[in-house]
Design a protein around this ligand. Structure first.
Ligand SMILES: Cc1c2[nH]c(c1CCC(=O)O)Cc1[nH]c(c(CCC(=O)O)c1C)Cc1[nH]c(c(CCC(=O)O)c1C)Cc1[nH]c(c(C)c1CCC(=O)O)C2
Length: 354
């Protein structure tokens, strides 16, 4: 495997010195890029794009050709795991993801099998291997999964949800059923991420996009506990390097200390927290990733640069910061503005790494 040419993303996650602050963007491959829309049209639909290793590789590399990003992220989706468990994922135009067979009863949950990642999810592993080969060691490849709680919200609700009525009813009326589901998901995700690592993912991130919908106590019982189980089961070294693990709970700003206790390497932050405060709270335990509001990309390049400057200043001197957006880049973001964002981070951060 080619020697890694730019490893500042991995180094920052492990709190090793870097020359400038590394940056990548959540959902950096996606609809805001015209070349993504063209490749997706070629593939037919979103899942066909995910299942085709060459096209998934192509869209993974597209943002790297435009911007000086310090990491690539596997092009796939968190919902591939429930799909492999037999739920039948499909995308309804304009409505987001849906499942043909939601798992909203204990009987349905009991029947769920844990997918073999090299079999039912073999297309993801093929994409990882293809992307690693084509990256030629330029930057590291990030693998990812959804958190058990976040995957369970889609599985029980049957798709995207705002109020989480069904899963919250299950959580309080039938907690044993939900725990059985979350436990199966934690095992499935552990196998899935370890297979991504074996296939070549050089760091992994767990997206807990809906953890912020939980109460203070329920977050620990229904989300964090299962992310802990995954962290405990992950392969942490491969190819002679450490494989850093990042946990991202959107809306999880109140729980950073508890998240840092899991033994992960880094926490993703949304834009509701001040990154300097977050740094003081977690101390030396973990690195931080984030946290500009993606909507700032609607502003002028000058305004974007000011926002980047203030986040860098808030984090302050030294390593342990991976710059990112606090959530995915918007579909209508201007690629030129994304370019200005990435450029300003490398230009403005050198002063913090002397
Ligand atoms: C909750 C969640 C999902 N998927 C994901 C999350 C966690 C992150 C988050 O909180 O946003 C994660 C994800 N989804 C996708 C990636 C690819 C890698 C990257 O970041 O570039 C990643 C990391 C591609 C995608 N996944 C999806 C798209 C859009 C598909 C398309 O129409 O081309 C992409 C590029 C589809 C998807 N997948 C999901 C939704 C809600 C949707 C519809 C979104 C929309 O319509 O805007 C579930």
């Amino acid at each position: 495997m080619a020697e890694l040419k730019n490893d500042r993303y991995l180094r920052a996650l492990l709190k090793q010195p870097v020359d400038v602050t590394p940056v990548w963007m959540m959902r950096q491959a996606g609809r805001y890029l015209p070349e993504y829309r063209a490749t997706r049209a070629e593939a037919g639909d979103f899942m066909s794009l995910c299942r085709n290793a060459d096209l998934a590789c192509e869209v993974t590399l597209q943002p790297l050709r435009r911007f000086e990003l310090d990491a690539a992220i596997l092009f796939s989706d968190i919902l591939t795991v429930p799909d492999a468990m037999g739920l039948g994922l499909y995308f309804e135009a304009g409505e987001g993801p849906r499942f043909e067979r939601p798992t909203d009863t204990i009987d349905a949950i009991k029947k769920l099998a844990i997918p073999d990642p090299e079999d039912e999810l073999g297309y993801v592993m093929n994409a990882v291997r293809t992307i690693r080969r084509e990256l030629k060691g330029e930057v590291p490849l990030i693998g990812f999964s959804g958190s058990p709680w976040t995957l369970a919200t889609y599985m029980v609700e049957g798709g995207s949800s705002k109020a989480f009525e069904k899963i919250k009813r299950m959580m309080y009326a039938e907690p044993a059923a939900l725990h059985m589901l979350l436990d199966k998901l934690a095992d499935s995700v552990t196998l899935y991420l370890n297979a991504q690592i074996a296939a070549g993912a050089q760091s992994v991130m767990i997206f807990d996009s809906w953890g912020g919908a939980l109460s203070h106590a329920a977050y620990r019982e229904f989300s964090l506990r299962y992310m802990q189980k995954i962290v405990d089961g992950l392969t942490r070294h491969n190819e002679g390097r450490q494989v850093p693990v990042t946990l991202f709970t959107k809306g999880g700003g109140l729980w950073l200390e508890a998240m840092a206790e899991t033994g992960c390497d880094a926490l993703g932050l949304d834009w509701t927290v001040d990154i300097g405060d977050a740094r003081r709270r977690v101390g030396d335990k973990v690195a931080l990733q984030g946290n500009m509001d993606p909507s700032v990309l609607y502003a002028s390049p000058e305004r974007i640069r000011d926002e980047v400057a203030s986040i860098l200043a808030s984090y302050g001197e030294g390593t342990g910061h991976v710059f990112n957006l606090g959530h995915g880049i918007h579909q209508f973001a201007d690629p030129e503005h994304a370019g200005a964002f990435v450029k300003s981070i490398h230009e403005l951060s050198a002063q913090y790494h002397k």
